[in-house]
Design a binder for this molecule. Structure first.
Ligand SMILES: [Zn+2]
Length: 219
């Protein structure tokens, strides 16, 4: 018989990491049904929550968190049990809605800043006041210089802002050509994007095996 991490100790008692594993699973299961952690997760992500849960679970059995992580990194079935819980935490409706709200604020911030440098029109007070002085000064200088004025870009930014503000025929972040949600990474980079990347390539007639044209970034 060869030694294996998941087998019990020679004296028949379960290995200490198993106690940690069960405690971690139980705590994560309880968290899914509560919401005290949601604000924190919205600010810093799920990972620090998991780290705290693990640290706590390791105290009783006196197992180093690293050694438990080392064990599950080599055991796909155990890893899957953890990942399944973490996926459920990430899908918590309150967390999803907080995340959506913060992504929306981020897009709004980015788009109004762009509109300012593209057209000289100042952002609305709630966006302007959320910026620090340095950012305000940079934007003001850029808007006043007029160097970034761009009449082609401006309508795209205006249109994205309209979508953000209204529940028109197109929701912000939805591809205008195929209707799928545009990847968040793409929206963070190109907040005025009308389409998902494949549809954009199609619009431009760019074959998929060629790298897409990289949009000019202002920030
Ligand atoms: Zn599309």
């Amino acid at each position: 018989m060869h030694a294996h991490m998941t087998t019990d100790s020679p004296d028949g008692s379960p290995p200490p990491w198993k106690e940690v594993h069960l405690a971690v699973l139980a705590t994560l299961d309880a968290l899914v049904k509560s919401n005290g952690w949601v604000q924190t997760a919205a600010a810093v992500g799920i990972e620090p929550i998991f780290e705290r849960v693990l640290k706590q679970a390791c105290v009783g059995p006196r197992v180093a968190p690293e050694s438990y992580l080392d064990t599950i990194s080599r055991e796909p079935a155990l890893r899957a049990e953890i990942q399944e819980r973490l996926a459920r935490l990430a899908a918590h409706p309150e967390l999803v809605s907080l995340r959506r709200e913060s992504q929306r604020r981020e897009a709004e911030h980015h788009l109004y800043s762009l509109r300012y440098v593209l057209s000289g029109r100042e952002p609305p007070p709630h966006v302007w006041e959320a910026m620090d002085e340095r950012e305000q000064a940079q934007l003001r200088a850029s808007a006043r210089s007029g160097e970034e004025r761009d009449d082609e870009m401006l309508p795209r930014v205006e249109r994205a802002l309209e979508k953000l503000a209204t529940d028109g025929p197109w929701a912000y972040g939805e591809c205008e050509d195929c209707g799928v949600p545009v990847l968040l990474e793409r929206l963070q980079l190109i907040p005025w994007a009308e389409c998902c990347a494949p549809c954009q390539r199609e619009r431009q007639g760019t074959p998929a095996d060629r790298p897409p044209v990289v949009a000019v970034m202002y920030f």
